[in-house]
Write a protein that binds this ligand. Structure first.
Ligand SMILES: [Fe+2]
Length: 293
C-alpha cells in the first residue's frame, strides 16, 4: 500500500501527544488530566516544535459512545443527538466546545513557535499540524453512518456536516486529518492511533507485524521495543495518554496507564531520536528543565 508521508528536514522537532479525551465537564468517563495537559503545553513552549501530531482520541465524545447503550436499547439518533434544529442543544455540544478549547491552547503555542522561527529568520516557519483519528472519533463517524442527516445538518460552527474533523474545525486550523487505521509517516517514523495489536507486549508485536518504526497510543500505557533488521534496527513506541485515568468504565481494574508525551528530533534522511517524557504526579522534565503542571 502507498503510504502518505511528510518529508522532514534535519533539525526539525516534533511533539506528539495522544488520548486527551477532552470532554464536557459533566462527562462521567472522559476529560483531560489538567496537570498532564499543562505539562505538555509548557513543554511546547520550551521545545517550539516544527511538527505537532495528536495521535487520536482528542475527544471523549461520550454521547456517541458505542458502549453508552450497551445495556439498554439505543433511542433513535435524532432523539438524543440532534435533539432540535439548534446544534447548541445537541448532546455532543459540550464535548465539541471542550475539544476546541483544547485545540485552541495547542494552536496558540504552535503559532507562538511559528513567530519565534520567523523572528529567527528560519527557512521553514509554519508548523505542520497533524491530527490522527482515534477510535473515539470513529464513534462520531458511526453516528453519521447511522443517521446520514448529520452530513448536511448545520454544526455548532454554522457549517454543514458533523464529521469529527469538521467539529474540530481542522481545516480552519490548518491541521491535516488522517483517518483511523492509516499509518502516516513523518520522516521514517510511522504514526497511527493504535489498536491493531493490544496484547501484553504490543510494542514488540507491532514491530513483528509492521516491520517498520511505529509510534501509537490507544492502550494509554508506555511501552517500547526494538527489532533488528538487515538494515537499521527499528523501534516501536506506545506513548501513554494525557487523560484523566480514573475511569468508571474500568470498574476498579488496576492498569499500567501513564501520562506521557513524546519529543522526536529528526536528522538526515528522516532518521530520528525519540524521547518519551513521562509525567508523574503532575511533573516532568524537558531538556533538563523541571515542569510542574
Ligand atoms: Fe483513548
Amino acid at each position: 500500500m502507498r503510504r502518505r508521508k511528510y518529508r522532514t528536514k534535519p533539525g526539525q522537532t516534533m511533539l506528539v501527544c495522544s488520548d486527551t479525551h477532552w470532554a464536557s465537564p459533566n462527562c462521567p468517563e472522559g476529560g483531560v488530566d489538567p496537570q498532564a495537559e499543562s505539562c505538555m503545553l509548557q513543554a511546547m513552549e520550551i521545545v517550539k516544535p516544527d511538527i505537532f501530531c495528536h495521535i487520536g482520541d482528542a475527544g471523549e465524545w461520550n454521547p456517541a459512545s458505542l458502549w453508552k447503550f450497551s445495556r439498554r436499547k439505543r433511542p433513535p439518533v435524532d432523539g438524543y443527538i440532534l435533539n432540535s434544529v439548534d446544534p447548541k442543544r445537541c448532546d455532543l455540544y459540550e464535548d465539541i466546545i471542550a475539544v476546541n478549547e483544547g485545540l485552541d491552547k495547542i494552536d496558540a503555542r504552535l503559532t507562538a513557535a511559528d513567530e519565534y522561527r520567523k523572528a529567527a529568520g528560519k527557512a521553514v516557519v509554519a508548523s505542520r499540524r497533524i491530527m490522527i483519528e482515534g477510535n473515539h472519533e470513529v464513534w462520531v463517524d458511526n453516528l453519521l453512518l447511522e443517521n446520514p442527516a448529520f452530513n448536511s445538518a448545520t454544526n455548532p460552527w454554522g457549517k454543514p456536516g458533523w464529521s469529527p474533523d469538521r467539529l474540530m474545525q481542522l481545516k480552519k486550523r490548518k491541521w491535516d486529518y488522517i483517518p483511523h487505521g492509516e499509518v502516516f509517516y513523518v520522516g521514517r517514523l510511522g504514526m497511527y492511533h493504535g489498536g491493531h495489536y493490544s496484547t501484553t507486549y504490543h510494542a514488540a508485536r507491532h514491530l513483528a507485524e509492521y516491520s517498520s518504526s511505529i509510534m501509537y497510543a490507544h492502550t494509554h500505557d508506555q511501552q517500547s521495543a526494538k527489532k533488528a533488521t538487515l538494515g537499521e534496527p527499528i523501534g516501536g513506541w506506545s506513548i501513554g495518554c494525557l487523560c484523566d485515568m480514573d475511569k468508571p468504565f474500568m470498574k476498579g481494574k488496576p492498569t499500567r496507564w501513564s501520562h506521557a508525551f513524546a519529543i522526536v528530533h529528526f536528522r538526515e534522511g528522516g532518521r530520528f531520536n525519540v524521547e518519551i517524557v513521562e509525567i508523574f504526579d503532575g511533573r516532568c522534565w524537558v531538556y533538563g528543565q523541571e515542569i510542574v503542571g
